[in-house]
Design a binder for this molecule. Structure first.
Ligand SMILES: [Zn+2]
Length: 331
């Protein structure tokens, strides 16, 4: 039973008990919730022995309701938290089944072949939220999701080019323009064409590192690192992690030569610091197709591939979806 309906039941029960006693006392009063009634009943307005006894009985009965209610509510809370799922920031929660659609944070979207994926932005505030799904047949189901605070660590990078640390007015304006150009890419809402797990963006693929790290450059704090860095040599080919459409290519201030691929379902992969770009905007790609070559363009300390993943606007750890799926399952 929902906590609200339980309280209403208790309230009605309390009022019924009170009315029975009130009739016995041949008194009429407007009904109130048990807590208030119990308090008013405690006032010894009638000094005659039997009436006072009835009033006292009434107070005990109603007081018991009052004492019971918080315990019943607590029991309900415990039951709900037993069904809670815990997931760290930057991860993906999977709710398998035959869902039609899924919901979180006031947004709803179509399930992917019956499965609901809930990507958690790496800077999503820690705490309890509700996730929901609508089965093909049946009523909406919900679960508590406890988002756990994750310490991604911090790092200071010694960087030789100070012009990319303390930006000029021109570069600040350029960065703003680029951000405005990139932002719509993450708002796409196309049919899913990807499959999980995602394919490796390079072969062989070394370990991807430093997702979420709080970075400083030359001791100047900058924004956190939103992707995984793969140490791969210059001019090695970079591959699409899944089928999709190239929605943006560019030569950006920090990211250097960049490629953005939309895989549908709000999932976008991005490849930064490329030495060369081998695809064009609007081009359709298959998983494993070459997008460009590894480089060190933009703000990079050496050749490497920076791979970013954004899923329904949540910045998530790419290493959790590549090669082997590491998601948090809803039991
Ligand atoms: Zn990076």
């Amino acid at each position: 039973m929902e906590p609200i309906s339980q309280l209403v039941m208790l309230c009605l029960g309390g009022m019924a008990a009170w009315l029975t006693l009130a009739v016995r006392e041949r008194r009429t009063t407007t009904g109130e919730c048990y807590a208030t009634v119990a308090a008013s009943r405690l006032r010894p307005r009638h000094r005659s022995g039997s009436r006072y006894g009835v009033t006292l009985t009434s107070a005990i009965v109603l007081g018991a309701f009052g004492l019971l209610a918080p315990h019943l509510a607590a029991a309900e809370e415990t039951a709900a938290s037993d069904e809670a799922v815990a997931a760290p920031q930057g991860s993906v929660v999977r709710w398998s089944g035959e869902a039609e659609s899924c919901g979180m944070g006031g947004k709803t979207w179509k399930a992917n072949e019956g499965v609901c994926y809930f990507p958690i932005d790496f800077e999503h505030p820690a705490g309890r939220i509700e996730i929901a799904r609508w089965p093909k047949a049946g009523e909406r189901e919900t679960r508590w999701l406890d988002i756990e605070d994750k310490d991604f660590g911090e790092e200071n990078v010694e960087y030789p080019d100070d012009s990319l640390i303390h930006l000029s007015e021109e570069d600040l304006a350029r960065h703003s323009r680029e951000q405005a150009e990139i932002e719509p890419v993450f708002k796409t809402d196309t049919e899913p064409v990807y499959s999980l797990p995602l394919a490796p963006p390079a072969k062989p693929l070394p370990e991807g590192k430093e997702f979420g790290v709080e970075r400083s450059f030359n001791d100047v704090p900058k924004s956190a690192h939103t992707g995984a860095d793969y140490p791969i040599g210059l001019d090695n080919p970079v591959h699409a992690v899944a089928a999709g459409k190239v929605v943006l290519t560019g030569e950006h201030l920090f990211a250097g030569n960049s490629v953005y691929v939309d895989h549908g379902d709000g999932l976008v992969s991005m490849y930064f610091h490329l030495n060369s770009i081998e695809v064009e905007e609007g081009q359709t790609v298959a998983a494993g197709d070459e997008l460009g070559k590894v480089g060190e363009t933009g703000r990079a300390t050496g050749p490497h591939l920076h791979l970013g993943l954004r899923w329904r606007d949540a910045r998530i750890d790419p290493t959790l979806l590549i090669g082997k799926l590491q998601v948090v399952d809803v039991p």
